[in-house]
Design a protein around this ligand. Structure first.
Ligand code: SF4
Length: 209
């Protein structure tokens, strides 16, 4: 799909999100937060749900955690405009509570459709809710920074689980681990694994440590 087609399809999803009533989260939200930045991104970041500032502005990762995400992106010289950023949940849960399983299920179609349209080579999951979308039952503390091949939306993709930036803001050790894990994104982007080679590596854990 070309850029114009991707923009058109993503806009359609944003409109559907704006009028969605599939769960109750829309009731207390100020603005929907469908996701933003580059429709042709090779790297897609997926967080949990909008927080206070995201809800106010209708944009993902614009509060303190977003500031940190931007800094981490600068650290690896990957401009925010070159990636796509979205969340598992598109409306803010009241008081920033964890999303409920039924809310994640109800909201799933929008994120799935975005992944299909953007078609990223690498998906970076931020936090446990997006991690468990691709790797159910796994724990971030165990597998953060370890890339896995996951078949999703018709193609094998590299999924790199990472801590949520909000967790790093609360814990210095997690901050260091997140910075370390971020360095690996560039290495994977530079790696020249062809589709054929990817096939051979099915479900094999990659290590660039
Ligand atoms: S959170 Fe998702 S499923 Fe729930 S109302 Fe918003 S867009 Fe719809």
């Amino acid at each position: 799909m070309d850029l114009a087609g991707k923009n058109k399809e993503l806009e359609k999803i944003a409109q559907q999100v704006a009028t969605c009533k599939k769960c109750s989260l829309y009731k207390n939200a100020t603005k929907p937060v469908p996701g933003e930045e580059n429709p042709q991104a090779e790297v897609m970041f997926i967080g949990e749900a909008p927080g206070y500032w995201e809800d106010q502005q209708g944009r993902p990762f614009v509060g303190q955690a977003g500031k940190l995400l931007n800094e981490l992106l600068q650290l690896i010289k990957l401009p925010r405009e070159s990636v796509f950023i979205a969340n598992v949940i598109k409306h803010r849960p009241p008081g920033n509570r964890d999303p409920l399983p039924e809310e994640i299920e109800a909201c799933k179609e929008f994120l799935d459709a975005q992944i299909k349209i953007i078609d990223p080579k690498i998906i970076v999951t931020l936090g446990r809710f997006s991690l468990n979308k691709f790797l159910p039952g796994e724990f971030i503390s165990k597998i953060h920074g370890q890339a896995r091949f996951v078949e999703f939306a018709g193609r094998k993709r590299i999924v790199i689980p990472m801590y949520h930036p909000a967790a790093a803001l609360r814990n210095e050790r997690i901050m260091e681990e997140l910075k370390f894990d971020f360095q690996k994104i560039k290495k994977f982007l530079k790696s020249s694994l062809s589709d054929e080679e990817n096939k051979d590596e099915e479900n094999k854990q990659l290590s660039f440590i």
